[in-house]
Design a protein. Structure first.
Length: 248
């Protein structure tokens, strides 16, 4: 199967799930997760109209961003664990970061986001399984971190992201996704959209759902699904030097 075929199939799955959930066509954005894939593979997706790409490993991402610098309108999303020593490059080269789970990281991103660029869009990563070993904040910690991030300059808090443990029943996955949606709604209630700013970025994003569970995520309100394998095929090993495999 070619990337073009796969992209068509995934788009169809998204469209069908959106429809079945009674949601508006176009409600759900596809983020093509291109970690470990070559610049040529990304170009194949670009040729089919894909513009938003998700990367987890900074060094290889920067190389691809540079290789594709001439392609207009690309949108780069950092979705991997954010170590403090990587925030400067992330702030300078990405449009979005989905995986913020510490105030310290958000503070560094705010300080390091270049003045010449628009605000960086952020999601808070939530550990929806509530397991000590996983990245993401505990659900109970979301409101406090959200309030602190909203007070920082140069950042737009856009919503919440989660990567639930895939080894659970579809029913319990659905519960995790539904819980994330309820948490986002709670944030919106606390900070309603400012009147007179209908177009400004708002708490509008539920980043949840991957190749195997995007239908369940869309049924529970996902606005962005992060899909790698179903687009590009099974992933090769991550580049050497990336020891943090926690989201791989
Ligand atoms: C790799 C990755 C994905 C894509 O997973 P697939 O199962 O290949 O679709 C999505 N989200 C994050 C955070 C990832 O690291």
């Amino acid at each position: 199967m070619s990337i073009a075929d796969n992209l068509g199939k995934v788009s169809e799955r998204i469209q069908k799930a959106t429809e079945q959930a009674g949601r508006q066509a176009g409600d759900v954005q596809l983020l093509a997760v291109s970690k470990t894939r070559s610049a040529d593979e990304l170009k194949a997706a670009v040729a089919c109209g894909q513009r938003a790409f998700g990367e987890s490993y900074l060094q290889e991402a920067l190389e691809k961003i540079q290789t594709l610098a001439d392609v207009p309108d690309l949108e780069w999303h950092f979705i991997g664990p954010v170590q403090s020593n990587k925030t400067r490059a992330i702030a300078a080269h990405f449009h979005w970061v989905h995986s913020v789970d510490r105030l310290k990281v958000a503070q560094r991103l705010a300080r390091q986001r270049p003045e010449s660029m628009p605000p960086l869009s952020l999601c808070i990563q939530v550990n929806s399984d509530n397991q000590a070993s996983k990245s993401g904040v505990r659900p109970g910690e979301v409101p406090e971190l959200a309030a602190a991030i909203r007070a920082l300059p140069r950042l737009h808090l856009r919503g919440l992201m989660t990567i639930p443990d895939p080894d659970q029943s579809a029913q319990s996955l659905r519960q995790r996704f539904a819980a994330l949606r309820e948490q986002l709604y709670a944030l919106r209630e606390r900070w309603p959209r400012p009147a007179g700013a209908p177009e400004s970025p708002y708490l509008d994003t539920l980043s949840m759902g991957m190749s195997d569970d995007l239908e369940d995520a869309i049924a529970e309100g996902a606005t962005l699904v992060r899909v790698g394998t179903a687009l590009f095929g099974a992933r090769p090993n991550p580049p050497s030097g990336n020891l943090d495999r926690s989201t791989f």
